[in-house]
Ligand binder design. Structure first.
Ligand code: BDR
Ligand code: CA
Length: 299
């Protein structure tokens, strides 16, 4: 069993990643922390509660609200891609009651790490602000953690925001720099890997048709915007990170030393390794697993 805390900024692909985690028999989602990124943190938190109400995972995870913006610069969102509300701007989500924990994301990350130690895998699907704040609050906040799987960066491929930088790293490079210099067991899932994880709209529709119902209809609806903008396919950036957290053999890993540039570029550097980087993806196995677990029949 892999016990995970998911730090996220939902986000269409973040939503798919949460659904994948909840549908994965070997994964227990202990907690979810939200962070400003694709949308403002309030919107991302609302989206977590929308998805919880829709999917009703048991037991329900603890949810904590995180940073409202990057450590040292204004927030740059990706609302153009994900929609103003982060989930494709559908106008018929049922209203939800937000019930986050009283402690904030950084405190929950530190507390969960202390409690579970090496049994905990932290999966970071947005800017690394909450992780950096956890480190800032207490030097050893993440010491002893089992694994930190980070979706972000563009190592040997072009970025998706600037020629060299990927969105999550670009939004808060100061946070990323702190996390990468903290001597942590980081497994990075960068664009080099996630650009192999493409999903065709027809394949998603065929899978959803096997388990029709409210969950299938809602997934089809909130992904529509991404497929339209990406020409009928979308990148499963965040779902690949969740899948690699649950089953590291889905990708090939390379030990590397990376440093974070001022714009969020993830640059190779000389010296001892500070992370493993996901390289080649077993796309067929990943996609089959993703489509099988996204929308189980009983929901
Ligand atoms: C990352 O940026 C966000 O828009 C996605 O949710 C993903 O985490 C991809 O660059
Ligand atoms: Ca994300």
């Amino acid at each position: 069993m892999t016990t995970v805390l998911i730090d996220t900024d939902p986000g269409i692909d973040d939503a798919l990643a949460l659904l994948l985690a909840w549908g994965s028999p070997g994964v227990e989602v202990e907690a979810i922390t939200t962070v400003a990124g694709n949308v403002a943190v309030e919107r991302g938190t609302t989206n977590v509660f929308r998805l919880l109400a829709l999917r009703r995972p048991q037991p329900p995870p603890t949810v904590a609200v995180g940073a409202a913006g990057p450590l040292a610069r204004p927030l740059q969102t990706a609302a153009r891609y994900h929609g103003e509300d982060g989930l494709g701007d559908l106008d018929d989500w049922p209203p939800v009651i937000l019930a986050p924990a009283s402690q904030g994301a950084a405190a929950l990350i530190a507390e969960t790490t202390r409690r579970l130690g090496e049994r905990l895998t932290l999966v970071a699907l947005g800017p690394l602000t909450n992780l950096a704040l956890a480190l800032a609050a207490g030097g050893a906040a993440l010491a002893g953690i089992g694994r930190i799987v980070v979706m972000g960066g563009a190592v040997d491929v072009p970025g998706n925001v600037t020629p060299a930088a990927e969105f999550n790293m670009h939004v808060d490079p100061e946070a990323a720099a702190r996390v990468f210099s903290a001597d942590l067991p980081i497994d990075l899932v960068p664009l080099d890997a996630t650009r192999q994880a493409t999903l065709a709209r027809a394949d998603l529709e065929a899978a959803l048709a096997k388990t029709p119902g409210p969950l299938a209809s809602r997934i089809a609806a909130f992904t529509r915007r991404a497929f339209r903008l990406d020409g009928g396919t979308m990148y499963l950036h965040d779902p690949l990170a969740v899948a690699a957290a649950a089953d590291p053999t889905l990708v090939e890993w390379e030990e590397a030393r990376l440093e974070i540039g001022a714009d969020g570029a993830t640059r190779r550097a000389a010296g001892a390794s500070n992370c493993r980087v996901a390289r080649r993806v077993d796309r067929a196995r990943f996609l089959a697993t993703f489509l099988e677990r996204l929308c189980p029949g009983s929901s």
